[in-house]
Design a protein around this ligand. Structure first.
Ligand code: UT7
Length: 343
C-alpha cells in the first residue's frame, strides 16, 4: 500500500514590480541633513523606488500578481482566493485584496488583507499554506505590497531614508507530485507590548483624519530606530533557530536566506550569529530600501529570475517588523535538483 503523504502547498509562480521613479540618497540629501555615505554605511541603501502620484498599493499588487500568474501559467479564474499583506492599504476599507480581485476580474473568490507590517508576507503565507494544507482550497494568490512613501515624514532623516515602494506575489498551489518541494514549517510570533517601536499614530480610530483637515505628520511613521535594530537582530536569530529545529535541519542545509530587507547591518549581524555567509543571503536593499511586506517576495522573485534559486533549493524566509511581529519559514523550491522548471 502506498502511504498517504500529507497535503503540502507549493509556490507555483512568483512575480514582482517596483515603481519607475528612483530616489537616490543624493536626492534625499537635498531635503534633509544626511549624505549618500552615511546612508550607505549605516543601512546599505543606495536608492529606493517611489510610486507616482495616483499610483496605489493595489496598482502595484495587481501588477506583481499578473507576473506571478504568468509565471505559474495559471489564469486568474483558476484562483480560489487572494490574500494581500500590506500596512499601507489603498483605503481604510475595503481591503486592498478586494481591489486586486476586481482588477483581475474574478468576482466571487475570497479576498482579504493581512496586516503584520514588515512580517506581513510571512503571516499571509502561513494563512494561505494552512488553507491549502487543510484542503479548503487549492490555488491562492499571496501578495506583499506597500506604498510606504505616502506615510513618510520627509523632514525625519532617520526614517525617510529607509523605506521604499514595491510589490511581490506568489501563486500557492497544492503539491501532489513534487516530492519534498513546498512550504515547510512556518512559525509566527508577535509581542504587542512593543507596539510603539514603529508606528503611524494617525489615520485610525484613535486619531482619525478629520474631513477637511490636512492629515499633518501624525499619519507618518515614528520609529525608535536603535531599539528596533537591537530587538530585530536578537529576535530574528531566535526565530530562525526555532524554525530550523522544528524542521530538523542545520544551517548548512539552507541554500538561500531570503530575508526581510530592513538594514544591511541587521543582515550582517544575523549572518555572523547564524554562521551563514552573507553570500547566501538574497540582498536587494541597496536598490529598493525597506519595502515592508513586499521585501521577501521581491527578493525571491529576483533570485528565481536570475537563477540563483534552483529547483530543490531550500530557502529560509525570515522577517521582523512593527507590532512587533516576526516569523520564519522553510520553503523547498519547486522541481527536482538537476531538473528544470523552465523560467
Ligand atoms: O523593517 C522593520 C524594522 N525596522 C528596522 O529594523 C529599522 C532598524 N533601525 C535602523 O535601521 C537604524 O537604527 C537606523 C538606520 C534607523 C539608524 O541608524 P543608527 O546607526 O541606529 O543611528 P541612531 O538612530 O543611533 O543615530 C545615530 C546618529 C544620531 O546623531 P547623534 O544623536 O549621534 O548626533 C542621528 O541623529 O545618526 C544620526 N542620524 C543620521 N545622520 C545622518 C540618523 N539618521 C541619519 C541620517 N543621516 N539619515
Amino acid at each position: 500500500m502506498i502511504p498517504l503523504r500529507p497535503i503540502r502547498s507549493l509556490i507555483l509562480g512568483v512575480g514582482a514590480c517596483a515603481p519607475d521613479t528612483v530616489v537616490t540618497n543624493d536626492n534625499l540629501a537635498e531635503k534633509v541633513e544626511t549624505s549618500d555615505l552615511w546612508i550607505r554605511e549605516r543601512t546599505g541603501i543606495r536608492e529606493r523606488r517611489m510610486a507616482s502620484p495616483g499610483e496605489s498599493t493595489a496598482d502595484l499588487a495587481l501588477k506583481s500578481a499578473r507576473f506571478a500568474l504568468q509565471d505559474a501559467n495559471i489564469e486568474p479564474s483558476g484562483l480560489d482566493g487572494i490574500i494581500v499583506a500590506t500596512a499601507t492599504p489603498d483605503m481604510t476599507f475595503p481591503s486592498t485584496a478586494c481591489l486586486v480581485q476586481a482588477g483581475l476580474g474574478i468576482p466571487g473568490t475570497f479576498a482579504f488583507d493581512v496586516n503584520a507590517v514588515c512580517s506581513g508576507f510571512m503571516y499571509a503565507l502561513k494563512v494561505a499554506d494552512s488553507m491549502v494544507r487543510s484542503g479548503q482550497c487549492e490555488t491562492l494568490l499571496v501578495i506583499g505590497a506597500e506604498v510606504m512613501s505616502r506615510f513618510i515624514d520627509w523632514t525625519d532623516r532617520s526614517t525617510c531614508i529607509l523605506f521604499g515602494d514595491g510589490a511581490g506575489a506568489v501563486v500557492l498551489g497544492r503539491s501532489d507530485h513534487e516530492g519534498e518541494a513546498g512550504v515547510g514549517t512556518i512559525k509566527l510570533h508577535a509581542d504587542g507590548r512593543f507596539w510603539d517601536l514603529i508606528h503611524v499614530p494617525g489615520g485610525g480610530s484613535r486619531q482619525p483624519v478629520i474631513a477637511g483637515k490636512p492629515a499633518g505628520n501624525e499619519c507618518t511613521i515614528r520609529m525608535k530606530g536603535a531599539e528596533t535594530f537591537k530587538m530585530a537582530v536578537r529576535t530574528l536569530e531566535e526565530s530562525v533557530r526555532e524554525v530550523l529545529k522544528e524542521e530538523g535541519i542545520g544551517v548548512s542545509e539552507v541554500d538561500w536566506v531570503v530575508p526581510h530587507q530592513a538594514n544591511i547591518r541587521i543582515l550582517e549581524a544575523l549572518s555572523d550569529r547564524l554562521e551563514i555567509p552573507l553570500e547566501r543571503f538574497v540582498v536587494n536593499i541597496d536598490r529598493y530600501g525597506n519595502t515592508s511586506a513586499a521585501s521577501i517576495p521581491m527578493a525571491l522573485d529576483e533570485a528565481v529570475r536570475d537563477k540563483r534559486i534552483r529547483p530543490g533549493h531550500r530557502l529560509l524566509l525570515t522577517a521582523f517588523g512593527s507590532g512587533v511581529t516576526w516569523g520564519s519559514g522553510i520553503v523547498t523550491w519547486k522541481g527536482h535538483p538537476g531538473g528544470s522548471v523552465g523560467r
